[in-house]
Design a protein around this ligand. Structure first.
Ligand SMILES: Cc1cc2nc3c(=O)[nH]c(=O)nc-3n(C[C@H](O)[C@H](O)[C@H](O)COP(=O)(O)OP(=O)(O)OC[C@H]3O[C@@H](n4cnc5c(N)ncnc54)[C@H](O)[C@@H]3O)c2cc1C
Length: 275
């Protein structure tokens, strides 16, 4: 029983399998569905790239881009055209555009925020005054909802954080950890107190370094499945892929027994890469 078992063949399991096989380890990848890739699924219909799940990743988090470049797909990377990008949020049964200058849910321009019908005057005022917030003593990790409500109020949670993060993480801001999903904002809060001041300072620093401000999102020209398919191509010759549902993982002598819906496998270690 030499091979490490990875349960789940989405991007998490595929990335783990790639790293382990690259390091020379033996692995067995267990995936319940006939297809690898998990929620990443791209279709090309009449020349149009359609994403069935995620369509991009945050440029500020370097891991995905590093992996893409390592796999030789760097020339396939494209960036969001943030100046032209418009995101709409439903309010009162109507589509309302997000005001210009928002960095996720952090406002950086006064006029578009002031003129936006998306938020009430109380929230707009609070968002403006947040600029003067000073760093406070460190607190435990909080939910995204608590964090954004603390900075900008509940309306900003309902009409900015919730719609934006539901799209990216498929989860509720009440249950998402700020240290995990908004790491950069948590750091800016520790340094500056105000998220708005922090984002503006980071932008100024990027300009001073001579760089353009980075785009918010990156993706691959032909969809994110390019990444999962390339990972699969690299892994296949070096790994055993079993299409079965894992039902249980039990400790046994020298490792673990993974009970499948058609048999079982034994492994010295198990990586759970499924929700
Ligand atoms: C609609 C949607 C849009 C999103 N948009 C974005 C976005 O634009 N940008 C972004 O960064 N993130 C986005 N996300 C989040 C991101 O897609 C996920 O965080 C990420 O793809 C999860 O990958 P994963 O491998 O951990 O899980 P999954 O992709 O869910 O893969 C888990 C795999 O495990 C398999 N599995 C489950 N149970 C078992 C079992 N018992 N035995 C064997 N196999 C099993 C499943 O079949 C699946 O293939 C989005 C999510 C959704 C749902």
């Amino acid at each position: 029983m030499a091979a490490t078992a990875i349960i789940g063949g989405g991007i998490t399991g595929l990335a783990a399998a790639y790293e382990l096989t690259k390091a020379g380890a033996e692995i067995v990848l267990v995936e319940a569905e006939p297809r690898l890739g998990g929620v990443i699924e791209t279709e090309v219909v009449e020349g149009c790239v359609l994403e069935g799940g995620p369509d991009s990743f945050l440029a500020a988090k370097p891991a995905a881009e590093e992996l893409i470049r390592e796999l030789g797909l760097g020339s396939e990377l494209i960036s969001s055209l943030d100046e032209q990008r418009v995101t709409y949020v439903v309010r009162g049964g109507r589509l309302v555009p997000l005001p210009d200058g928002l960095m996720m849910m952090v406002p950086t321009r006064v006029l578009p925020l002031a003129l936006s019908p998306l938020l009430g005057w109380g929230t707009k005022l609070r968002m403006g005054l947040e600029y003067f917030r000073r760093p406070r003593p460190a607190v435990r990790d909080r939910s995204v909802a608590e964090f954004i409500a603390d900075h900008y109020g509940q309306e900003a949670v309902d009409y900015l954080a919730e719609p934006l993060l539901a799209g990216v993480y498929g989860g509720s801001p009440d249950r998402l950890s700020v240290e995990s999903v908004l790491t950069r904002f948590a750091e800016l809060e520790r340094t500056y107190g105000s998220l708005t001041r922090g984002v503006l300072a980071a932008r100024r620093a990027a300009r001073a370094r001579g760089g353009e401000t980075a785009p918010l999102f990156r993706t691959l020209k032909n969809g994110l499945a390019q990444l999962t398919e390339e990972l699969e191509k690299r892994i296949r010759p070096r790994a055993r892929i079993v299409h079965a549902r894992a039902l249980a993982v039990e400790a046994c002598d020298g490792g673990y027994r993974v009970v499948l819906d058609g048999g079982e496998i034994q492994a010295p270690g198990v990586i759970l890469a499924c929700p």
